[in-house]
Design a protein around this ligand. Structure first.
Ligand SMILES: Nc1ncnc2c1ncn2[C@@H]1O[C@H](COP(=O)(O)OP(=O)(O)OP(=O)(O)O)[C@@H](O)[C@H]1O
Ligand SMILES: [Mg+2]
Length: 287
């Protein structure tokens, strides 16, 4: 009886709750996407959510490096059909789970149809087993970054207050918007000296996006510039774990809280990530 009740609950939960897919992206490189992805994921876990971070950034300072992990299997094994995506998941600090990336993901469009199907099936499973999937994408308007971002339920756009980063952030909004006009953007201003500085950047960007693209870019919040962030990187341990009381940690906790509160507003997105991503990479969805 107990088992039956449990199975039924699981079935109901799965059919109603596919995880929210958040693509963390930026125009300029080095603005803190990877650091934000990992630490925000940890903040969401701290609030009782199941969170998986998917490493779609193929640079050197990727998610695994940031956490001192070095896993044997990665997405390449999924692409090649040797492992399922669930089999390559690794446990990271702070209760998050990680999908180790591969440079083979760089040319999604060039993958064989079988390989794309392998990745898609994995992503579908992943979405059923997590409340949030945080995708750490590459910077810029490259095809792959835009594919993930335009497919995601929400785009978390990271910028710093630097003028060049803001200009590039705008170009990224424009590129993603051109691919998908109902994309949902949430801005995170990182490395700010004060909350006021973050707000000023957000006001500027939202005004320009509204004026030229007729687009609403909502402000999720800021992360203070804080030396604990790079100390965490040097210790291969995310600052949310090593420095629970650091200024940046408090900022990221409040970003997590806000994201969870915004659930109601994003109900409309209806977890369409899987279908959109399948279309984007040229495979019709079978589910
Ligand atoms: N709030 C912050 N305060 C201080 N330093 C920060 C902050 N956020 C990020 N950094 C530092 O900035 C550097 C770049 O961060 P990160 O690697 O997360 O950026 P990225 O956008 O992922 O870069 P890439 O485009 O290369 O993938 C790191 O050394 C990190 O420690
Ligand atoms: Mg990165």
């Amino acid at each position: 009886m107990l088992d039956q009740a449990h199975n039924l609950r699981e079935f109901v939960r799965k059919s109603h709750q596919a995880g929210r897919v958040l693509a963390v992206t930026s125009g300029k490189g080095g603005v803190g996407k990877t650091s934000t992805s990992v630490n925000l994921a940890i903040a969401l876990v701290a609030q009782g959510k199941r969170v998986t971070v998917l490493d779609a950034d193929l640079g050197l300072a990727n998610v695994e490096v940031l956490m001192g992990l070095n896993s044997f299997y990665n997405l390449q094994h999924v692409i090649d059909g040797e492992k399922t995506l669930m089999q390559i998941l690794v446990k990271g600090p702070g209760g998050i789970e990680i999908v180790p990336g591969t440079s083979g993901l760089a040319k999604l469009a060039d993958l064989s149809s079988k390989a794309r199907q392998n990745v898609l099936e994995g992503l579908k499973k992943l979405q059923e087993n997590a409340d949030f999937i945080v995708i750490d994408t590459m910077a810029g308007i490259g095809q792959n970054a835009v594919s993930f971002a335009a497919s995601a339920d929400e785009v978390l756009l990271v910028t710093t207050p630097e003028p060049s980063a803001i200009v590039d952030a705008y170009a990224t909004i424009k590129a993603i918007h051109a691919r998908r006009d109902d994309a949902v953007f949430r801005l995170i201003v990182n490395m700010v000296a004060s909350p006021e500085q973050g707000l000023a950047v957000a006001n500027n960007l939202s005004r320009v996006a509204q004026q030229y693209l007729g687009l609403r870019v909502s402000y999720l919040g800021h992360i203070l510039r804080d030396p604990h962030v790079s100390q965490g990187v040097m210790q291969s341990c995310p600052f949310m774990v090593s420095f629970p009381n650091a200024p940046a940690t408090k900022c990221v906790h409040s970003l997590g809280t806000k994201l969870i509160q915004q659930r109601a507003q994003t109900g409309a997105a209806k977890a369409g990530f899987f279908r959109r991503f399948a279309q984007t990479i040229g495979l019709a969805s079978n589910g």
